[in-house]
Design a protein around this ligand. Structure first.
Ligand SMILES: Cc1cc2nc3c(=O)[nH]c(=O)nc-3n(C[C@H](O)[C@H](O)[C@H](O)COP(=O)(O)OP(=O)(O)OC[C@H]3O[C@@H](n4cnc5c(N)ncnc54)[C@H](O)[C@@H]3O)c2cc1C
Length: 419
């Protein structure tokens, strides 16, 4: 969360959008909505694309409150592939997202993630490492001695091994990427409408070419809070942690819940050379952020829709002891600040929910990222845009992540969810 969020001027206030019609209406202009719009304009510059956003200051948007880190250390091939494209995109972002010769700086740095395992978790980490290597992720496996040699500041006595993606994983300025993506999408012709979508107007029951009644419904228009009606060919639910109430308005039960996560900013008088993003076996994480550090853990009491205030109580004795155990220099750490944001948590299986739901033909989803949505946004935006323009994925096949798996009862198993 290194860039300050700015209120972005919308192209038109919602009331000016009365009787307007667009080809694609994307609800939510966070990183997912912005990425989808950017790719749509790139694939078909003639498309009329509107982003509908209720808060153009993005005061609560996860894209402005993210830890914005990117890794290839996943256990499911699709998540590895999504991040591999994400990394490539980030590396090229200053030219891809330049507007009028102005290139955005997203501050990508790549010291890697360091996943640590004790004896009991070692075999699973070895298996995941093998799978990651098989999918082209350049992750190193470091036995305990190698870990101690590489990171002198790390306590390794209780560890068996670690896996490190130096040069292929790291972090970036997520808010800057979000703003740059949105700016570039608009420069290519996408429109930003300020307004809150409160409902959908359904078209008459469809008929197939053979004349049979189609079971799936179809959206004819969006209803905005101020009464505006926005006719659209396709709608996309990219409403982040608020995707569930929006889906409900279309009769769809979406298991995406707003779960608060607190990120602590702390300082330490000692410098930790080449410090990556460390995932401790006891569940917490930390990484450098400028001259300070940020870190967090899964809260003990995880409830929906908690107020977006950091929960300072989460920096308890156990968390502090854990940090100081892993890095003895952290005994002298000092809390400097904290912020909170919502994970758009998919309680079904903690992975992205993408594409069309079987019950509504022209309503697509891009949500449920459960803590890894920032890094997946470039590939997800491209995929959703391909679905809309070509009717199918053309580059990376994302169908395994189809939202239809909710009705099929098919879960994606991803071992490395940072809850
Ligand atoms: C603390 C934290 C740390 C994270 N760390 C990482 C990380 O290290 N790496 C990573 O890859 N990901 C991380 N994530 C996850 C990532 O930030 C999110 O997955 C991503 O930002 C989601 O983007 P989005 O566009 O779906 O949602 P958002 O950015 O929340 O945007 C959704 C937008 O929809 C708008 N909206 C909602 N409902 C309506 C409506 N009815 N009408 C109009 N507008 C509406 C909202 O106002 C909002 O602006 C983290 C998230 C948090 C909170």
């Amino acid at each position: 969360m290194t860039s300050g969020s700015q209120t972005i001027k919308a192209d038109s206030a919602a009331h000016e959008a009365c009787d307007r019609s667009v080809d694609v209406a994307i609800i939510g202009a966070g990183i997912q909505g912005a990425s989808i719009a950017w790719w749509l304009m790139r694939l078909d510059p003639a498309l009329r694309v509107a982003l509908i956003e209720r808060d153009t200051g993005f005061s609560q948007a996860s894209s402005q409150r993210s830890a914005s880190s990117i890794r290839q250390q996943f256990s499911h091939p699709i998540n590895i592939q999504l991040s591999q494209f994400g990394l490539q995109f980030l590396r090229e972002s200053s030219s891809l997202l330049a507007v009028d010769g102005e290139a955005p700086a997203i501050g990508l740095t790549d010291p890697g993630y360091l996943y640590l395992a004790r004896h009991e978790g070692a075999q699973s980490l070895r298996d995941q490492h093998a799978l990651q290597r098989q999918h082209g992720a350049p992750i190193e496996l470091l036995e305990r001695d190698a870990l101690a040699q590489r990171f002198a500041w790390l306590r390794t006595g209780d560890l068996a091994l670690g896996t490190l993606g130096a040069g292929a994983e790291g972090w970036f300025d997520g808010p800057a990427l979000h703003q740059a993506m949105l700016r570039a999408a608009r420069a290519q012709g996408a429109t930003l409408i300020r307004g809150e979508v409160v409902g959908f107007e359904m078209a008459q029951a469809g008929r197939s070419a053979a004349g049979a009644a189609s079971a799936a419904g179809k959206i004819a228009a969006l209803r905005l809070a101020d009464g505006t009606r926005l006719v659209c060919g396709t709608a996309v639910n990219a409403a982040g942690a608020w995707a569930r109430p929006l889906a409900k308005a279309a009769g769809i039960d979406l298991p995406v819940h707003a779960r608060r996560r607190t990120v602590f900013v702390f300082s330490c008088p000692t410098t930790l050379a080449d410090c990556p993003l460390v995932i401790d076996p006891s569940g917490f994480w930390f990484r450098p952020e400028g001259r300070q550090f940020i870190g967090g853990r899964t809260p003990d009491d995880d409830a929906d829709d908690l107020p977006l205030e950091p929960n300072l109580a989460e920096f308890d004795e156990a968390f502090w002891t854990g940090l100081a155990h892993r890095v003895p220099a952290f005994e002298a750490l000092r809390i400097e600040n904290a912020w909170a944001g919502y994970y758009e948590m998919n309680l079904f299986d903690h992975n992205a929910l993408l594409g069309a739901h079987p019950t509504v033909d022209n309503l697509l989803f891009a949500t449920g990222f459960s803590g890894h949505g920032m890094q997946q946004a470039p590939a997800v935006g491209r995929g959703i845009a391909e679905l809309i323009v070509h009717g199918a994925y053309r580059s990376l096949d994302l169908s395994v992540l189809s939202v239809a798996r909710l009705t099929e009862g098919r879960r994606i198993v991803e071992a490395n969810v940072i809850g």
